[in-house]
Design a protein around this ligand. Structure first.
Ligand code: ATP
Length: 361
C-alpha cells in the first residue's frame, strides 16, 4: 500500500481561485518525489495541503491508508524545510539543530548523540559552536535541513530549498540532498521550478501547469515519453524543438524542407489539413544526411560554444531550432547546413490538443 495517497485533491482559495485541480498521486515509503512547474502552477499549495498548513477543499488525503484531511501538522509526522531557512540567529548551530528535541524535553545525552549524527551526515561537525551569521548560505541551508531530519518523521517536505543559493552552491547542495536521502531513506516531496533539480533528484517527477498535473513519471519517462508539448518542452535543456504546421499532402513544409509524416505516422491521411507539431531534441540531431532519418536544410544564425558541445541556432523558413553538436563540428554562422533526426527521435503532437500522437493508434 502507498504511504501517501492524494485522491482528487482540489484547492479553491477563499477568493474563489481554483489553484489545484484533481491532483492524484500515490507515494511509496522512501520515495523521492519532485513537484515541478512554472511559478504559480500550484506546487506550494499542494505541498502545504500535504503538510496540513492549508485546508483541502475537495478530495481525500491518506497517510498509511488512513484519512488525514483533518489531522493537524504534528499528527501527520511531517517535517518541512522552506525557501527561507529561518534559523534562530542568537543560537549556535548545535542549538538550532537540537531545538525541536529540546522543546520536547528529550534527554541531553540523546540529543547530543542525535545532533552529532545529523551533523556528521551534513558535514557540519566543525561548525556546531558557530552562530548562523558566521556560516555560508549553503551551510545555513544544511542546518535548516538538519533541524528537520533530526526528528523522526514519516515525510520530509522541501519547498525550493536551494533558491537562495548561488549556482555553484546549488549543485553541491543538490548532491548533498541526494546523499541525505540515500542515508535517511526518508519519504521526500520536493518542490522546485528548476527542471534540472527535478531530473537529478527525483525517483518520480510530477509536472504541473496552471493547477493541473500534466504528467507523472520517472525522469527517464518524462524525457523519452512526454505525453504533451508542455512536458516535452519543460524537461530537457536546451528544450525540445517544435516545428508547427498544417499537414498538406501528408507533409509539413519548412523553408525548402518537406517532412513526409507518413514515415512516422502511417495514419497520416486522417490528419490532412490539421495542425501537427513536429518535435525533436537538440541533442538527437546529427549533422549531414543519415539513413532512417528526417533531413532538414537550414541556415545557421548563431553558435554558442559550451565546451565539448556547441548550441547551433538555425532557421528553417520562419521557424527556429537549436541543435546540439560536437564542438569539433561547429558550422560557420550564415552557412547552410543539412542535419538529420533519426525517425525514433521524432515526436509528433496534435496541434490542437498538444497531446502526443500515438502512431499505432
Ligand atoms: P511559485 O513557484 O511561484 O512558488 P507555485 O507553483 O508554488 O509557485 P502556488 O504558491 O501554489 O504556486 O500558487 C498557485 C496559485 O494560487 C497562484 O496563482 C497563486 O497566486 C494562487 N494563490 C496562492 N495563495 C493564494 C491565496 N491565499 N489566495 C488566493 N490565491 C492564492
Amino acid at each position: 500500500m502507498a504511504y501517501l495517497t492524494l485522491k482528487n485533491i482540489n484547492k479553491i482559495y477563499p477568493n474563489g481561485f481554483h489553484a489545484v485541480h484533481n491532483f492524484n498521486l500515490e507515494i511509496e515509503k522512501g520515495e523521492f518525489v519532485v513537484f515541478v512547474g512554472p511559478s504559480g502552477c500550484g506546487k506550494s499549495t499542494t505541498l502545504r495541503m500535504i503538510a496540513g498548513l492549508e485546508d483541502i477543499s475537495n478530495g481525500e488525503f491518506l497517510i498509511d491508508g488512513k484519512r488525514a484531511n483533518e489531522w493537524g501538522p504534528r499528527e501527520r509526522q511531517i517535517a518541512m524545510v522552506f525557501q527561507s531557512y529561518a534559523l534562530y540567529p542568537q543560537m549556535t548551530v548545535y542549538d538550532n539543530i537540537a531545538f525541536g528535541l529540546t522543546l520536547q524535553g528529550v534527554d541531553e545525552d540523546v540529543i547530543e548523540q542525535k545532533v552529532n549524527r545529523v551533523a556528521g551526515i551534513l558535514g557540519l561537525k566543525d561548525y556546531l559552536d558557530r552562530l548562523p551569521r558566521a556560516l555560508s548560505g549553503g551551510q545555513r541551508q544544511r542546518v535548516a535541513i538538519g533541524r528537520a531530519i533530526i526528528r523522526k518523521v514519516g515525510v520530509f517536505l522541501m519547498d525550493e530549498p536551494l533558491s537562495n543559493l548561488d549556482a555553484k552552491q546549488r549543485v553541491t547542495m543538490r548532491y548533498e540532498i541526494a546523499q541525505i536521502h540515500r542515508e535517511t531513506g526518508a519519504t521526500t516531496i520536493y518542490v522546485t521550478h528548476d527542471q534540472t533539480e527535478a531530473r537529478t533528484l527525483a525517483d518520480r517527477i510530477v509536472v504541473m501547469r496552471a493547477g493541473y498535473v500534466m504528467q507523472i513519471g520517472t525522469p527517464y519517462e518524462l524525457y523519452y515519453r512526454p505525453q504533451n508539448v508542455f512536458v516535452a518542452g519543460f524537461i530537457g535543456e536546451p528544450p525540445m524543438n517544435f516545428l508547427r504546421g498544417a499537414v498538406t499532402d501528408g507533409a509539413l513544409s519548412f523553408g525548402e524542407t518537406k517532412l513526409e509524416l507518413g514515415r512516422k505516422l502511417p495514419g497520416i491521411k486522417a490528419w490532412e489539413g490539421k495542425e501537427i507539431v513536429f518535435g525533436f531534441r537538440p541533442e538527437a540531431v546529427q549533422l549531414g544526411k543519415q539513413e532512417n532519418a528526417y533531413q532538414i536544410t537550414c541556415g545557421v544564425e548563431l553558435t554558442e560554444m559550451l565546451g565539448d558541445n556547441t548550441n547551433v541556432y538555425v532557421a528553417a523558413g520562419k521557424d527556429h531550432a537549436i541543435l546540439k553538436v560536437d564542438s569539433h563540428d561547429t558550422p560557420e554562422t550564415d552557412a547552410e547546413i543539412t542535419f538529420s533526426i533519426p525517425l525514433e527521435s521524432v515526436y509528433l503532437f496534435d496541434g490542437e490538443t498538444e497531446n502526443v500522437i500515438d502512431p499505432t493508434a
